[in-house]
Design a protein around this ligand. Structure first.
Ligand SMILES: [Zn+2]
Length: 477
């Protein structure tokens, strides 16, 4: 019998925080700066005798994240030195939090969290290796940028769940304005601790996979590791506890360093940074901060579902793309009827988003004009074909749907008298079809409606046409 394998995954996610200045100095925190070594000073270059000061804005971001995930915010916190030598860490240590993180516990997307703490980012190294030139360069713009580290409990059961968690965290950070968390730009970086075991109560040997810089890499690297461990165990071999990197091109992980080579960071409290008692800082009033939190993605999903009963895909679209989401919400406040709101949502999610993706990314449509168009559709004043044409014009150039419908003759003919003559003409020309209708063939009615639509060049309201045809034919009998 095939053995059952139980995967266990924990994540460590770093995110660069959005702040005016760096974590411990007044240098600008500007991820868009492309010139090297511009946003630097004696503090973030690690010159002797300089003193760090804690960035309040960065601490605030982490507290808000902690509140959003329902974690315990520390009464007391401190910063530690994590000692190691590397050219990207000019002081010879990184300032981080070890014993007293800002946040403990909490939960996001049914994944229990261990902690969230604050540290400083490192500088960036560039290596050039070639026949003629061989050198390394260091850019200190990133040195000392506030970095949040979030650690989950080892409770994730699949690569897909891990990817989903990372996506949800990214969304949360954006909603909170804490970070843009763009993975391609390295603003959010994921490390995964992966193990499998044949006994759900015992954890297998764990491997840490570093440098996962896209959601796809998170999923693929974890799946690769799980498959690799399984093969090793089936062959009766052991998984070696180690740190591995991810080779995107090959779609493989590779060994970076073994456990026996791992660093002893000799953490100790940074004597230069005052201890942090949160109560003593008026900006860190937890109750006020909790009230000030924006609506979070999970609450927004629930509300859109409860209030409007929208389709899952539409809800996800509005949660992920807040520009489109806000547009929907503005339109919905102008419509009174639940069916109108759902119809409006259909036009936004398919037609408007389609226009935004293929043409102008920014729409010229005002919510009030969009709502007007939806009402015109439900009143039968324009056909669905006409509505799409009007929408495109509104999107490209703006304007009210009424004016556009008039100018382009897109109003649907709903005037019964005007339509009656068309209906009479079509009926007299299609007597066999009329006989079929009287014989109970339902397709016959559709055919007559279609002929009338053709005769009016699509300007007629098919619902009203159908009523008139039925009425006329019932008089015939
Ligand atoms: Zn600086």
């Amino acid at each position: 019998m095939a053995k059952e394998y139980y995967p266990t995954i924990g994540l460590e996610i770093h995110a660069e925080l959005k702040t005016q200045t760096k974590m411990f100095c007044n240098s600008k925190n500007d991820p868009e700066e492309s010139r090297p070594n511009v946003n630097i000073c004696a503090v973030c270059l690690g010159h002797p005798g300089t003193l760090p000061t804690v960035n309040k804005e960065a601490v605030l971001h982490v507290i808000k994240v902690g509140l959003a995930v329902g974690g315990k915010i520390a009464d007391y916190s401190e910063f530690d030195r994590k000692n190691y030598f590397y050219p990207d860490i000019p002081k010879g240590y990184q300032i981080s939090q070890y014993k007293y993180p800002l946040v403990e516990g909490g939960e996001l997307s049914d994944v229990a969290l261990t902690r969230v703490h604050l540290e400083e980012d490192t500088a960036q190294s560039f290596h050039k290796e070639g026949e003629e030139e061989n050198f390394s360069l260091v850019d200190f713009n990133r040195a000392g940028v506030p970095l949040m580290e979030l650690v989950t409990e080892p409770v994730i059961k699949s690569a897909t769940q891990a990817k989903y968690f990372a996506q949800e965290l990214q969304l949360l950070l954006k909603y909170l304005g804490a970070s843009d968390a763009n993975m391609e730009k390295g603003e959010m970086r994921v490390e995964a601790n992966v193990s499998i075991s044949t006994d759900p109560k015992i954890l297998g040997k764990k491997v840490e996979v570093k440098n996962l810089n896209s959601f796809r890499a998170v999923e693929d690297a974890i799946n690769f590791e799980l498959a690799r461990h399984k093969v090793l165990l089936e062959e009766g071999k052991e998984v070696i506890q180690e740190t591995r990197g991810w080779n995107e091109d090959k779609g493989e992980t590779f060994s970076q360093r073994r456990k026996e080579e791992s660093h002893d960071y000799r953490y100790f409290p940074d004597p230069d940074i005052p201890k942090l008692t949160l109560k003593e800082v008026k900006e860190f009033d937890l109750e006020e901060l909790r009230i000030g939190l924006p609506e979070l993605p999970s609450a927004k999903r629930d509300r859109l579902e409860r209030r409007y009963g929208l389709k899952r895909e539409d809800i996800e679209l509005y949660v992920q793309d807040t520009t489109v989401g806000n547009f929907f919400e503005s339109v919905s406040t102008l419509l009174t009827d639940a069916e109108q709101i759902k119809l409006g949502s259909n036009y936004i999610a398919s037609d408007l988003v389609g226009l935004m993706n293929t043409g102008n990314a920014d729409t010229h449509i005002k919510p009030v004009d969009f709502a007007q168009l939806v009402m015109m559709i439900t009143r039968g004043e324009v056909s669905s074909r006409g509505a799409k044409d009007i929408l495109k014009i509104m999107h490209d150039t703006g304007g009210t749907p009424k004016a556009i419908a008039e100018e382009h003759e897109l109003f649907q003919e709903s005037n019964e008298e005007a339509l009656l003559s068309v209906v009479n003409k079509i009926i007299s020309e299609n007597q066999t079809v009329v006989a079929d209708y009287h014989a109970g063939k339902t397709a016959a009615l559709q055919f007559l409606v279609g002929q009338c639509m053709k005769a009016t060049k699509g300007s007629a309201n098919p619902g009203i046409l159908q009523q008139i045809i039925k009425k006329t034919l019932s008089k015939e009998v």
